[in-house]
Design a protein around this ligand. Structure first.
Ligand code: NDP
Length: 253
């Protein structure tokens, strides 16, 4: 049975993505920050043909990410798809909002990808759930230059730290956009690094979706939003890597 790890899987797009994969016969490890919520979500997916289980994971906490990856290595998981879906859109507009957005939406996903990399099967897919709000064209010019200059982990961590010091600059929208743009930079360097192992890394924008984050007036259902994520997670091994996609079609970084 193919194995997918899905983060932030207890509700919203993560839970729907997990549901579709279980329906297609995958074993899905739901990673959820609140253990009980994760277990409850996994129980709703019982009935096959695949199966669901849950482990705790707080993507914003390096110790939690390391413990999750260590457990996965101890249990010798062989992972076919890693869906990095957990994310936050904070309504605060202070420096701590930048710090938390960067930690959960960009730095944590890279740490998790690194921790699980030895367990990824040849032809595995990593899907970074991103947003059109993280497209480079929407960023202020200086921030765009800074994001485009990120080529590796060192650059990513340096920019994340720098953004975390810029108190109140731009508010909630910009903290989110910046974090997803930085996630894009990570997608590109991880794709280049993992290409020799036949592992693909792509980012997906699900569109504006009616979840707790997207709100009730969003035009897309959670089923429609999850479709592009599932598409990327189940892509054949000769598919693209290092791109940003919406509805299975490339869109500009
Ligand atoms: P929801 O707010 O409905 O769900 C977010 C999920 O992420 C929850 O399971 C939440 O867990 C989890 N999460 C948040 N922080 C952490 C953390 N530190 N560690 C582990 N899990 C965490 O959002 P959506 O389902 O809408 O969003 C999923 C992804 O899609 C996000 O990355 C988001 O940025 C992206 N996206 C969503 C859009 C939309 O319109 N909805 C548009 C574009 C992108 P908990 O229940 O514990 O809070």
């Amino acid at each position: 049975m193919r194995l997918a790890v899905v983060t932030g899987a207890n509700r919203g797009l993560g839970l729907e993505t997990s549901r579709v994969l279980v329906r297609r016969g995958w074993r899905v490890l739901l990673a959820a920050r609140r253990e009980e919520e994760g277990r409850r979500a996994a129980a709703t997916l019982a009935g096959g043909p695949g199966e669901a289980l849950s482990w705790p994971l707080d993507v914003g906490d390096p110790a939690s990410v390391d413990a999750f990856a260590a457990r996965a290595r101890r249990e010798s998981l062989r992972i076919d798809a890693l869906v990095e879906n957990a994310g936050v859109y904070l309504s605060r507009a202070d420096a701590s909002a930048f710090r938390e957005s960067l930690a959960v939406n960009a730095v944590g996903p890279v740490r998790l990808a690194d921790g699980l990399a030895p367990l990824l099967a040849r032809g595995a897919q990593i899907v970074m759930v991103s947003s059109g709000m993280g497209q480079l064209s929407g960023l202020p010019a200086e921030l765009r230059r800074e994001v485009e200059a990120v080529r590796d982990r060192e650059g990513l961590l340096a920019l994340a730290a720098e953004l975390g010091r810029r108190a109140g600059s731009g508010g909630a929208y910009l903290a989110y956009s910046a974090s997803k743009a930085v996630l894009g930079a990570a997608t590109r360097f991880l794709a280049a690094e993992l290409a020799p192992r036949g592992i693909h890394v792509n980012a997906v924008c699900p569109g504006w979706v009616r979840t707790d984050m997207g709100g009730a007036s969003a035009p897309r259902s959670v089923e429609e939003g999850a479709r592009g994520i599932v598409w990327a997670a189940t892509m054949p091994p000769d598919g693209p890597t290092g791109g940003l996609f919406r509805d299975g079609r490339p869109i500009p970084w």
